[in-house]
Design a protein around this ligand. Structure first.
Ligand code: GUN
Ligand code: ZN
Length: 479
């Protein structure tokens, strides 16, 4: 609207996703950001004179990007454990349940100490921002006060975030890291109350049952009620690993499946994001779709803990919302660029299994009847009648998952996720050609090549600036 003043303009190349295209590259465009941090206009630069007149800006108000530089939406990490950052890059030699007992619970206990929490939480917020994560959906620990501290730190650094105080009342006696059912509920209520009193603009509380293995039926149901009363977001884990799925079957024998456990507790809403989902059935995905609940795909973690692979194609086919997560520290890398790469890798592994594996299997069916085909490798086309051809994720699709997909998964796509007019300007300014940088750009590279090189090879050296709601948060003003 005309009531907000124009703050600045950016001119150059913009790369983003829309509902109809996983990646649009818009060269020679001009974008106006208003004093509320929202995108006021976004047009071809040939309209500059007209726009300058209407919005009263001059050449000196325009920040012009270099020839290979581009602006892309900030990335959305839909699942990250801020408290596990202290041991990220280590402790990846066990599978999920043993890993939790041996490394994770003992580490999270340390967050009772505010000073310890402050150090690690400041580091992870700074690092994710520097790597272009403008929105993060965090797990903290069971400790309310240090979880509130994480919210304060994210707010101070200007990151958009959801922060959850973790709830867990069963099955973790070994590490002496748990709470009673009553404590968990009362502390979650206090967490939400004190959180909301602080009136942060872009940092919000999220109800966080750790996962069904760590939560009693009563706790799950009470948390579902609290989410309903306060209208809060919800996050947890689901169907990440085989041992976990088996535990849930044993612990909750009266439920149809894992998804049913959360669903009956009213924990599956259109503000819910569940991490992993590697072993969800079609029936379970249909319930996700019905409730509007989302999945956070955390490929680094799935591989690092040997949990399994999520079939993104299957999730997309069910029209279930999906974003990417780093899942620090089950995932060892806090950069969403890594999540993009691992998501593509995982998808290619599934392609190898489904398409090339299918070839071998099917060829056995055909060798009996005809020997004339023996010298020809059967192509997957030969068997296309049996199954639709599987295609691996393209880098463009992975880019969408990391940006627009994540914002949809967190139900904030009305505010962020791409460069639609009226959304807040959450963006990264990418400089592919930096001295001593991680890759080279050559004369005959197309702009698509440059973007693809950044996604596959780039790092924070290429990230010249990060903006959240129009405010520059990287480079940090006081760093
Ligand atoms: N399931 C329950 N807790 C956790 C956790 O901290 N990390 C992962 N990856 N899975 C979990
Ligand atoms: Zn996790």
């Amino acid at each position: 609207s005309k009531t907000s003043k124009l703050a600045y303009c950016i001119k150059g190349t913009f790369v983003h996703s829309t509902d109809s295209s996983p990646m649009e590259i818009l060269q020679d465009h001009i974008m106006g950001v208003n004093s509320n941090g929202k995108i006021e206009f976004f047009e071809n630069a040939r309209k500059q004179v007209e726009l300058a007149k209407k919005w009263r800006f001059s050449e000196s108000d325009i920040r012009e990007l270099g020839s290979h530089e581009f602006c892309m939406p900030g990335m959305v990490d839909t699942h990250i454990h801020a408290s596990q950052y202290s041991f990220s890059g280590t402790a990846l030699d066990l599978s999920l349940l043993d890993w939790l007992d041996k490394y994770t619970f003992p580490t999270e206990r340390k967050y009772k100490e505010a000073e310890f929490a402050k150090t690690i939480y400041s580091s992870i917020v700074r690092r994710t921002l520097r790597n272009g994560t403008t929105t993060a959906c965090y797990f903290a620990t069971i400790y309310t006060d240090s979880s509130l501290l994480l919210a304060e730190i994210a707010n101070n650094y200007g990151q958009r975030a959801f922060v959850g105080k973790v709830c867990m009342d069963i099955n973790n006696c070994a590490a002496n890291y748990k709470e009673t059912t009553d404590e968990s509920i009362a502390e979650t209520e206090r967490f939400i109350k004190e959180f909301l009193e602080r009136k942060y603009c872009r940092v919000k509380p999220i109800i966080t049952p750790r996962f069904a293995v760590s939560c009693s039926e009563e706790l799950l149901q009470e948390l579902g009620e609290l989410a309903k009363i306060h209208g809060t977001h919800i996050q947890s884990h689901i169907s990440e690993a085989v041992g976990e799925v088996e535990s849930v079957k044993t612990l909750f024998p009266n439920y149809k499946h894992y998804t049913d456990v959360y669903d009956k507790s009213k924990l599956l809403t259109d503000k819910t994001v569940m991490a992993h989902g590697c072993y969800l059935s079609d029936e379970e995905l249909a319930i996700f779709r019905e409730r509007g609940a989302a999945i956070s795909h955390c490929p680094n973690s799935n591989i690092s803990l040997c949990s399994g692979h999520l079939d993104v194609r299957k999730v997309l086919k069910h029209k279930v919302k999906i974003g990417l997560g780093t899942d620090v520290a089950g995932g060892y890398c806090s950069s969403m660029l890594d999540a993009i790469r691992r998501a593509i890798d995982t998808s290619k592994v599934l392609y190898i299994q489904y398409e090339l594996g299918q070839k071998i299997d099917c060829s056995f069916l055909h060798t009996g009847s005809s020997h004339s085909n023996q010298q020809t490798m059967p192509t997957s086309k030969t068997f296309s009648i049996q199954k639709e051809k599987y295609t691996a994720l393209s880098y463009k699709e992975a880019f969408r998952l990391a940006t627009l997909g994540g914002s949809q998964a967190l139900n904030i796509d009305d505010v962020t996720g791409n460069f639609q007019i009226g959304k807040e300007f959450d963006a990264i300014l990418v400089s592919p050609c930096v001295p001593g940088g991680p890759f080279d750009v050559f004369a005959d590279d197309t702009f698509e090549d440059v973007v693809q090189k950044f996604l596959n090879l780039g790092d924070d050296r290429n990230i010249k600036g990060v903006y959240v709601a129009g405010q520059q948060v990287v480079p940090l003003p006081n760093a």
